[in-house]
Design a protein around this ligand. Structure first.
Ligand code: GLU
Length: 284
């Protein structure tokens, strides 16, 4: 159980577009959870995806959040400044013999899945069919020397063996057991980016001392990977609270492309911060 004073939450947007009402809901959820407990709320900009994330979107996010009336405890962390930490964690996992390079293209993976008699699916779609899992060290050397681009995948079976059974706690749903086989050999470093969402989010929640991870329920199925990485890397284990997602009048989830519901558009249409907070589900 965490003492209320110790509650540290965070809002962690990806600056690949403008914030919309769904983001405002997530931001207010994290902010209120901290403020009501007398705890702290942090802001983290998840800008590891180079071409999609721009400084202009980061600036717009900071501006929209300030307009909405939210303030943050401590400096804003930008993930793009944390590449050394991600790389050190990859080295640790590699020293445990839990990573392997994957040279597959998306097309090769799709073709292999189409050929397979059984193609298990996980929360992120069909699981990686393991093409590169058993490549010899010699083949790795050769491909890397040839300059073939590669991703780094977690050898999930070995990782699960090493970590043993694990559970995590969701403040709304209770205790959840992780099911490593449902995730398959997830990518921890991409060909074009030397990290991944799973690795960066796990390391940064620990680095920032986050004790209560609040986020949308769409990410609930991914949390098992984060819990496993915490165990493998000896990181502290927070509590999670996955909240439901705002939907539009037709019941569809608000996505970044719902431009009409971007905070920019609502501001331009003359809405006040209090009106937008109410639309995001947090009436004053
Ligand atoms: N950056 C992620 C997003 O914008 C959120 C990550 C998280 O809260 O764990 O969807």
């Amino acid at each position: 159980m965490i003492g209320d004073q110790a509650i540290v939450t965070r809002f962690a947007p990806t600056p690949s577009g403008y914030l919309h009402l769904g983001h405002a809901h997530a931001a207010l959820f994290a902010w209120r959870a901290a403020r009501q407990a007398g705890g702290r709320c942090l802001l983290r900009i998840e800008d590891i995806d180079g071409p999609r994330c721009t400084p202009a979107f980061t600036a717009a996010i900071l501006d929209d959040l300030a307009w909405l009336g939210l303030d943050w405890d401590g400096p804003v962390l930008q993930q793009s400044t944390r590449m050394d930490a991600y790389s050190a964690a990859l080295d640790r996992l590699s020293a445990l013999d839990l990573l392997y390079p994957c040279f597959c293209t998306r097309t090769e993976i799709r073709a292999e899945i189409a050929r397979a008699v059984r193609a298990p699916h996980g929360p992120e779609g069909p699981l990686y069919p393991g093409i590169c899992r058993n490549l010899s060290a010699d083949a790795h050397e050769t491909f890397i020397t040839e300059g073939r681009p590669y991703a780094l995948r977690l050898h999930m079976a070995r990782a699960a063996d090493l970590a043993g059974p694990l559970t995590w706690t969701d403040r709304a749903k209770g205790e959840v057991a992780i099911e490593p086989e449902k995730h398959g050999d997830v990518v921890l470093a991409r060909k074009e980016t030397a990290t991944s969402y799973h690795l960066a989010v796990t390391l940064d929640d620990a680095h920032q001392g986050v004790t209560l991870v609040t986020r949308g329920e769409d990410l609930f199925p991914m949390t098992g990977v984060h819990r496993l990485l915490q165990a493998l890397l000896g990181l502290p284990v927070p509590v999670w609270h996955h909240h439901s997602l705002l939907t539009d009048a037709e019941g569809a989830r608000l996505a970044k492309r719902s431009d009409a519901l971007s905070l920019r558009a609502l501001r331009q249409a003359g809405k006040s911060p209090a009106q937008v907070r109410a639309l995001a589900g947090f009436a004053d």
